[in-house]
Design a protein around this ligand. Structure first.
Ligand code: NAD
Length: 541
């Protein structure tokens, strides 16, 4: 046996490819897209390293063409969840005891596979299955996913290096044990990188995982699992099941060996999961870790000293990239009256240029929303705004479901800062905007802080440094990710660790050491080199 204190390759953020028109990289990606579009996939669950097929098949469709069938996946039931738990518990000991360098190698290799041979495939899968344009797919399913893998390996070693001080004659050590039992990852549809990060961050720290992806992300989830298996992930470490969210959760959350949940999705679902864990608390062998990143009602507030073209651009990009289906998307804005005419003019000009359609045509900035539910929800808000006395649709508003779930980038102006779309998460390409009197700047900051139960992201635009300072303080608890003169979206792993507070989640900052800390249970070890041999302390004389 040889020994070493190894250093991992220093992580750097994966460079984002430009996909300029006519470039070799765009040609290669679009040709992969076209090839995958024609193929009919068959997606099994992966339990104990094996493909699991069932009698129940569900078809997969693309948001940009809901009549086109991409293939199907096999649905699971109670038995499969049970098998996945058993497979976790079988794999646990060997995986937990594997030296960390061996675990790290698997995830570093997965990062390299995604950066190289699988890059077009994961991007095309995300474009087809989740309707992201080339750039949105690249920053998510390639770059952010790769960053999560490489940075988490670095953070793991930093965490393991954190050791206590020792007095003379003793040696104190900290060991970071994987959680006792198995863990559970539930992932949302909107980021392929999140789907990859939630199960892999737990597995990296030595845990075994049941992973339930969203039904509308299964097409790219398969590519993630293919990559992990090619990278050498042993059987049973991550088990991917396609069973219903509510039933799967009920079964997992009542198991005595359940040790932690890593969730990203809506606030309502997270709260129902937490409630179940509370009710079952007496059943567990250990107190489970609960990590959840959930909804948002993210704001942009401009001060009268802001530059109108910067505000308008941040609103167009921040609200409408990926059709507003980012938890960080700007969905309410507060603009001073003195700037409004100019901001409106620039936004109008930019929105008039934006093309909407399939991601197969890279010139489309806006693509389809994820499914019929989302389409109907967006249309409902637009229809009600069209009828309301307090609101007016000033840009967009068109909805077309003939071929795909297309909703135009829509801006609603309201005279009521508490109008429904100023307060509720819509998760679509709808921005609501309130124009305030310049003299009401302070009152507006209070309004921003108190309008929504969420606190995920927010941005302030100003040139006046006193105003920046005032807003930074006044909005201290209104956002876990706060931006100054920048749009509230596009957090980068290692640069702006991501997560909100209040109703937006437990703020355990995905892609950071803080998050990995939740997936270990520390053991303090004290060794005494000169053990006492007399019970009497000096004060006894
Ligand atoms: P969702 O809550 O509908 O689904 C998330 C996951 O939970 C899916 O896998 C789904 O199948 C599962 N699920 C649904 N009902 C369930 C139940 N009763 N029990 C257990 N699991 C259940 O969310 P979504 O539509 O996939 O994603 C959008 C939501 O996610 C938005 O609210 C958005 O703000 C949030 N989100 C937050 C972050 C963040 O970092 N804060 C990131 C991405 C998305």
């Amino acid at each position: 046996m040889s020994f070493a204190i190894s250093r991992v390759p220093a992580p750097k953020n994966e460079p984002v490819r430009s996909y300029a028109p006519g470039s070799a990289e765009i040609k290669s990606l679009i040709s992969t897209y076209k090839k995958m579009w024609k193929e009919k996939v068959e997606i099994p669950m992966i339990i104990d390293g094996k493909e699991v097929k069932t009698d129940e098949k569900a078809s997969l469709h693309s948001p940009q063409d809901h009549k086109h069938t991409l293939g199907f996946y096999y649905k699971g039931n109670k038995k499969h969840v049970d098998d996945a738990i058993k497979s976790c518990l079988k794999a646990r000991k060997e995986w937990a005891e594997l030296p960390w360098e061996q675990r790290a190698s698997i995830f570093l290799k997965a990062a390299d596979l995604l950066a190289g041979p699988y890059r077009d495939k994961i991007n095309a899968a995300t474009m087809i299955g989740q309707s992201k344009n080339v750039f949105q797919a690249e920053i998510d399913s390639a770059c952010e996913a790769i960053d999560f893998l490489r940075f988490n390996v670095q953070f793991m070693t930093e965490l393991y290096s954190e050791q206590p001080v020792s007095d003379a004659g003793i040696w104190n050590r900290a060991e970071y044990r994987p959680l006792e039992g198995f863990t559970y990852a539930i992932t949302p549809f909107n980021f392929t990188a999140i789907a990859l990060n939630l199960p892999t961050s737990m597995a990296l720290m030595g845990n075994v995982v049941v992973w339930k992806p969203s039904a509308t992300q299964i097409y790219s989830a398969k590519v993630i699992m293919d990559v992990l298996m090619e990278a050498g992930l042993p059987a049973g470490v991550i088990n991917m099941v396609f069973s219903g969210g509510a039933e799967t959760s009920q079964q997992i959350l009542s198991h005595p060996d359940f040790a932690g949940i890593h969730f990203t999705g809506s606030t309502e679902v997270f709260q129902s999961l937490w409630r179940q864990i509370g009710e079952n608390i007496h059943l567990y062998k250990t107190y489970p870790r609960i990590v959840g990143e959930t909804g948002g009602k993210d704001f942009v507030v401009a001060h009268p000293s802001a530059i109108p073209s910067q505000v308008a651009t941040a609103l167009v990009r921040g609200a409408f990239e990926y059709q507003g289906q980012k938890c960080s998307a700007a969905s309410r804005a507060y603009i001073p009256k003195s700037l409004w005419k100019e901001v409106k003019k620039i936004m109008g000009a930019q929105l008039a240029e934006i093309k909407m359609g399939s991601p197969e045509d890279p010139s489309n900035f806006v693509n389809a929303v994820i499914d019929k539910n989302s389409f109907d929800k967006c249309k409902g808000y637009i229809d009600r705004a069209n009828k309301s006395k307090e609101a007016k649709v000033i840009f967009g508003g068109g909805c077309d479901a003939k071929k795909g779930w297309f909703v135009e980038p829509t801006v609603i102006e309201t005279s009521n800062p508490h109008y429904e779309s100023m307060e509720e998460e819509i998760f679509g390409p709808i921005l609501t905007l309130y124009v305030y009197e310049d003299k009401d700047w302070k009152k507006t900051l209070q309004l921003v802080d108190e309008t929504s139960p969420y606190a995920l992201t927010g941005a302030i635009f100003a040139q006046d440094r006193y105003a920046i300072n005032e807003a930074t303080k006044a909005l201290e608890n209104a956002a876990g990710n706060f931006y100054i003169n920048d749009k509230p979206t596009g957090a980068v792993v290692g640069q702006q660790p991501f997560g909100g507070a209040r109703a937006s989640g437990t703020n355990d900052k995905a892609g950071s050491k803080m998050n990995l800390l939740r997936w270990v249970s520390a053991r303090s070890i004290k060794e005494n080199f000169l053990s006492p041999t007399d019970y009497k302390y000096p004060f006894l004389g």
